[in-house]
Design a protein around this ligand. Sequence first.
Ligand SMILES: [Fe+2]
Length: 391
Amino acid sequence: MPFYVRAGAVPSKRHIQFRRPDGGLYAEELFSTKGFESVSSLLYHLRPPTATLQIREWERHLPHFVPNDPLRNRHFATAQGNRPGDAVEGRTPILGNADLALSVADVDRTMPYFYRNVGGDELLFVHRGSGKLETPFGELAYRAHDYVLIPCGTIYRLTPDEPTRLLIYESRGQIDIPRKFRNPYGQLEEHAPYCERDFRAPELGDPVDERGEFEIRVTNAGRNAVYIVANHPFDVVGWDGYCYPSAFSADEYAPVTGKLHQPPPAHATFEAPGAAFCVFVPRLFDYHPLAIPVPYNHSSVDCDEVLYYVSGNFMSRRGISEGSITLHAAGAPHGPQPGAVEGSLGKTSTDELAVMVDTFEPLQIAETAFAFEDAQYYRSWIEPEPVLAAR
Ligand SMILES: [Fe+2]
């Protein structure tokens, strides 16, 4: 997250001699993005992070993706039937394209290895559960409704304190706060739905002073490998900079409300190459005396819309429950299901919580998603036949 943070011990200037108590040098690492031209941090390790003992193949099962053809709206009810696992191998891919992959995971165990995605940032949304993300920058505690943003290249291990349901977005690039929320100095503007105080950085503890054989599973845009390294990756005594994992709770999001219905861009959270993220949180409805609280019918011809339903009544959606994922495909009309408009009139607030991403290239469907599909969803807008009175 691009706010400056400093933790632990760092030397007075970058790139100078910085010595351990035994007289040896700490190993400085530049953790940078977009080459050397975007946000970065400097970390100081007890020992070099480069000591690789062995590299071998990561025999990883990656699903086959198929086009959403014939083009239609889809619903995947993922709450039931997903196999638990760890936060990486336990992922069940649902949708993806060259910009973004979306999966769910029911995490019930600690990863017995470290993981590093060098292909882009990862954004984890915590539907339920709590635990910690361990990284070289320190530990980041997470809880339900947190977004956990993990910069490209971060080595991490996720340890649940209780069973954790995650929605996972893997981007091909950097996931950022939208430009419209920042002033020219990078500070969040007054109209932004969150401020710097809402973002949590990792807490750095004592460095892990261990040598041995440590397994890091590495992925980068479809290339996978297992690295065995000699020095514990969390042997950091200090770091500073603008690039580090962070957490932000959707419960802290301050929604925009209006006289009339506010479209998804009014609920923006993050943006990434080819993707825009938003969140629908409990909020007051529109205050025009004749306002219709639920959305209008529309066909988003330029993007695929993916909603993940977290909690609440989901007033405009029939057959949807917690853990449901809907894909409203570019050009496929959708809107409130029959009865939802009339049912919404006069309501003054909603308790729904749902997270959304729009992608600007078509999403494909992972073969693993079909086990969760409600194949009749695209017919859910059919008006019921009127009941004829008996003569
Ligand atoms: Fe929509």
